[in-house]
Structures are given as structure tokens and as C-alpha cells.
Design a protein around this ligand. Sequence first.
Ligand code: GYE
Length: 305
Amino acid sequence: VFAVAQGLPKLPQKATYKVGFAQTESNNPWRIAQTKSMQDEAKKLGYQLVYTDAAGSAAKQVADVDSMIAQRVDAIFLAPREEKPLAAAVKKARAAGIPVILLDRNVDPSLAKPGQDYVTFIGSDFIQEGQRVGQWLAKNMKGQARVIQLLGTTGSSPANDRRKGFEDAVKGNANIKILASQTGDFARDKGRQVMETLLQAHPDVNVVYAHNDEMAIGAIAALEAAGKKPGKDVMVMSIDGGKEIVQLVVDGKVNYVVECNPRFGPKAFATLKDYAAGKKIPAKIINPDRDYTAQNAKAGLASAY
Ligand code: GYE
């Protein structure tokens, strides 16, 4: 499906651009790797990158986009923290004549549309990521699975879709029961705290599905503090695939990880150039994701972010 560039602001072809990158937070390796990839590519191309860090606040991110509009950047790369509040920011930029490309998270599709309000979304298929975790569990679980699900940031597209994909994949499977689902805000320490509390209410848990590595690593700390062996007594699964978690797969503490690659730079800027050249841009540009198990984790370690 190709986006019709209907009413989207045009981007003139120039030798260099001043481009905004409105990042959502910078407190974990995934975000740091993504920012570095964007900065490296901008530098390589000789573009000026106006970088902002919303520090985990949707309200700050809306203000960050406002300031980019005021500075008259040529285009904005936006990693929207939450689906709804950032849709308005996308529309504001468009009204100001500045094209927006969404990176890694989406906005609510009923509030803003590719090809009309923003150019395109570049990122992973989060529903498919969740489905892959559910399918792997269904295939590899011996006996009854009693799952605790650590959800990502409330109102963010990866949290909504990783939940949906997983729950759809295990629905109707009599061997898989979800004991509890609670947000850990994609953060390590929050993941640990939530897991500690949920462990007390559900001591019979034998599977943890965390929407990202950070929360899985936090959950592992809580499991170990409670005397349980992650990867053995309790199966651990997550999404992202950073070096730290891939090493934990090698160590046998994590059983399954679906990759979500944060290295957006080359693709993001190539898309910007294609847009300026008047090429047709697909409504979605989906990154291919690998996965890690005990069989391939060692070999994958070197190329993990
Ligand atoms: O999985 C998580 C990060 O939006 C896809 O956000 C991204 C997610 C990623 O904080 O670790």
C-alpha cells in the first residue's frame, strides 16, 4: 500500500538539511543505540540534527515538537511516546508545512494517517512480535503455562500491539493461562518492582513475558531474589534483543527473544531523501526482526546492539 502524498508538505531537494529528532527518553540501551544511529547518519550526510529528549513525558515531547516548528527545521523524525497525545503534534507540524516521519512507535491511526498527516511510519510490526512470542511459547511449553505479562508504557503503540499479538496467539489454548498483566513502563527498575509484587500474589508463575528487555532484566532480579531460577523454574521471554539479554540467553536465564532493531539512522535518512526526490513512499516501512534462542544466541551476540 502506498501513501498518496495528499496535502503533505513538500520537502525541497537540498544539499543539506536541518532535521529534528524528537526522542521519547534516553534511559536505556535501546534508546541510546537509536539516538546514536540517528546522530551517526546525520553526521555522515553532513546534516544538522536538532535533538530533543522528552525524558519519558508525552507533554514535554509535544513541547519539543513545538520548538522544532518554531526553529523551522526542514523535517521532523518523531518517536511518539504515546499514541494519542502525539497525534496532535504531528498535525501541528503538518499545518506548519513541516513533513514528519514517525520512527519506531506509531500514533493512533484514527487521529493521524500516513500520506496525509505524516509521511510514513518506520519500525517493527509489534503485533507480529507479540504473536511470535505466543507461538513460541505454545510450541515449547511442556505442561501448563502460568504467565505474568509485563506491559510496556501505557498508551504506547508497542505496548498495545505486543499485548494484542501475544494474547491473540494464545487465546483458546487450554495450556496457557495469563495470571496477570501489569505495566512496567518499559523500565528495568519498574519491571523489577512490579515483578516483586506480582510474585507474591502469584507464586505459581512459571512464565514471564516482558514487552522489552529492560523489564525482563528487572524481572530476573526479582525472580532470583525470591529464590527462583529464571530460564529454568520460570521461562523468560522478551522483545528487543540487546547484547545484555542475548548474553542472558547464552547463560540460560532467558529462553526466547524477538529482536526489535533500534538502528534506524540509514533507513530514516534514506526515506527522507526519497521523499524530497518525489518518490512514492509506502505508508509503513517495516523492519525485519530476527529472534534468539539457546540455539543461535552465541552466534548472534556480536551483531546485537
Ligand atoms: O521495544 C523499548 C523502547 O518503541 C519499539 O520502546 C520501541 C520500544 C522498545 O523503550 O525498549
